[in-house]
Design a binder for this molecule. Structure first.
Ligand code: GDG
Length: 487
């Protein structure tokens, strides 16, 4: 039922994610909704349009209830969250417990029972909304670590559904995951799905191992047999395997070929004083991204004279993120201190060593930066995939440019021609940055061409088609029917 008491419409395809792909524009009277495009929208929009899909998620405003509405061929179902739930479920359990725990404990995860209680409550609310809008036998795709309990809650309410879950971030090894006081509830929550997707095969293997150790269940290849809650009979078989996410390669390639983007790329270089080498970092300002490590390496290269002052400039775009969480304030301070130090020591009136921007840019501007940069630095300490690495490659329509890529980012498994680095090894990082800066033209092009070939076929549409095709096949096998065709 909606707020005004009318019956909910139902849909054959339902996406559930923490956030709806919209922002509320408060400058108009009355306020209106604007779509906020992101990777997930691109991935699921074609399926949404062909199957009349719905998207269940938080609308971004606290303590407010909204009725479902249609926007850009999508039916959006807002889930209300109170400001207290945002503190405990989102900033707390999702981003100060699960995020650091799933990213190798780069900072200490905090475990609070009140946060967990709200995580459970909010997951129940998402599952309940989704159960109401899903048609009989619908395909439901749940996204990310904020909603790990939703698959089991949904299965309990609606055993007729085909339920998929995709984890966008890493899944830690048992030795780390074991810390979580609610580890078995989280595993059971995920096992409600028919298909649990991860970025890397290693993440899926970590999950299956946790299931074996913690729940004492056997696994066979990707399959895990899940009993019903009373343990009496077999409920279903869940499969856990890798589906590495990608980007809309074609769209970025086209964008980067537009004359205005090419001209803007030239303009960026000239505004920066036409450095011989332009290095670029683009990240949410997050402690997982290794921003401090890359700045430290760059500073040392200038200190020891390996890179001459005036030879290279580093542009670091650090998009504001999760600013109410203490560790995010800390990383911001650390990065800004490091940038200030390097600039104090190495900048001159006509050459600045590091240009640091703490704001976000329109997509066109990002494409121009990618096209302008000779060396792209992706030095994450741990990252599920890292789409920035793939976007850089997609924008290099000139087959030039060098990608320096952390071996701890999922993207390193697909972009094998990148210059890979262990960002914890500052000497090694310096050597690899120098290698990128001095790489001969022919080698740069050979590597870039190979990476571009890969992304041309392995794009985000292929990713969602693979995931949803596999999910429909598994659900059909469970129900003993032929797989329904998802357009
Ligand atoms: C999570 C996982 C996984 C950044 N600044 C601006 C801007 N961006 C865009 C980038 C890119 C996206 O944000 C960031 O994606 P990443 O993959 O790099 O990282 P997370 O945000 O941590 O994403 C990650 C991803 O989920 C998908 O599964 O790859 O591992 O952590 O698309 O371009 N876009 C614009 N202006 C900015 O200033 N327009």
């Amino acid at each position: 039922m909606t707020i005004d008491g009318t019956q909910d419409e139902t849909f054959d395809f339902v996406v559930i994610a923490n956030r709806l792909p919209v922002d509320r524009d408060m400058s108009t009277e009355p306020p209106t909704w604007r779509t906020s495009p992101g990777g997930l929208v691109t991935a699921v929009a074609p399926v949404m349009q062909q199957n009349r899909g719905a998207w269940v998620g938080w609308a971004g405003a606290t303590d407010q209830e909204f009725d479902p509405f249609d926007l850009d061929d999508m039916h959006l179902v807002p889930v209300p969250l109170s400001s207290e739930e945002i503190v405990r479920y989102y900033e707390g359990f999702s981003n100060a417990t699960l995020w650091p725990l799933y990213h190798d404990l780069i900072v200490h995860p905090e475990y609070h029972r009140t946060w967990w209680d709200d995580y459970v409550r909010v997951n129940e609310r998402f599952a309940e909304r989704a159960a109401r809008v899903a048609s009989p036998g619908a395909t439901v795709w749940v996204h990310d670590y904020q909603l790990q309990l939703v698959p089991a809650l949904l299965r309990e309410a609606r055993p007729d559904l085909a339920i998929g879950f995709f984890n966008h971030i890493p899944f830690p090894g048992w030795e780390l995951f074991a810390q979580l006081p609610w580890r078995s509830q989280v595993l059971e929550g995920l096992l409600g799905a028919d298909l649990i997707g991860f970025q890397r095969a290693a993440d899926a293997a970590n999950f299956r191992r946790a299931v074996r150790i913690n729940l004492n269940r056997s696994t066979k290849d990707t399959a895990i047999t899940v009993p019903t809650a009373d343990g009496e009979r077999e409920s279903h078989v869940a499969h856990a395997r890798a589906f590495p996410i990608s980007i809309d390669t074609e769209e970025l390639d086209q964008l980067a070929r537009e004359e205005r983007i090419v001209a803007r790329a030239r303009e960026i270089r000239s505004e920066l004083g036409d450095p011989d080498v332009l290095m670029l970092g683009v990240d949410r300002l997050d402690y997982t991204k290794g921003i401090r490590h890359r700045i430290k390496a760059f500073g040392e290269l200038l200190n020891d004279g390996s890179i001459l002052p005036g030879e290279a400039t580093l542009v670091q775009i650090a998009t504001p993120s999760r600013e109410r969480i203490e560790q995010y304030r800390q990383i911001r301070d650390d990065v800004e201190l490091a940038v200030g130090r390097i600039n104090g020591e190495h900048s001159t009136l006509d050459h600045q060593a590091v240009h640091y921007f703490h704001h976000s840019y329109p997509r066109d501007e990002m494409a121009a930066y990618y096209l302008a940069a000779d060396v792209m630095l992706v030095t994450a300490l741990r990252d599920g995939m890292n789409l920035v690495a793939k976007e850089y490659v997609a924008c290099r329509t000139d087959d030039d440019g060098v990608l320096v890529l952390s071996e701890f980012a999922g993207a390193a498994e697909q972009l094998t021609q990148a210059v890979t680095v262990n960002p914890y090894d500052i000497s090694g990082l310096k050597a690899r940055i120098l290698m990128a800066v001095r790489m001969p033209d022919a080698e740069r092009r050979r590597r870039m061409r190979a990476m571009r070939r890969k992304l041309r076929t392995e794009d985000v549409r292929r990713w969602s088609a693979d995931f949803l095709g596999t999910l429909r096949g598994l659900a059909a096998a469970r129900q003993g029917t032929a797989p329904a065709v998802m357009q």
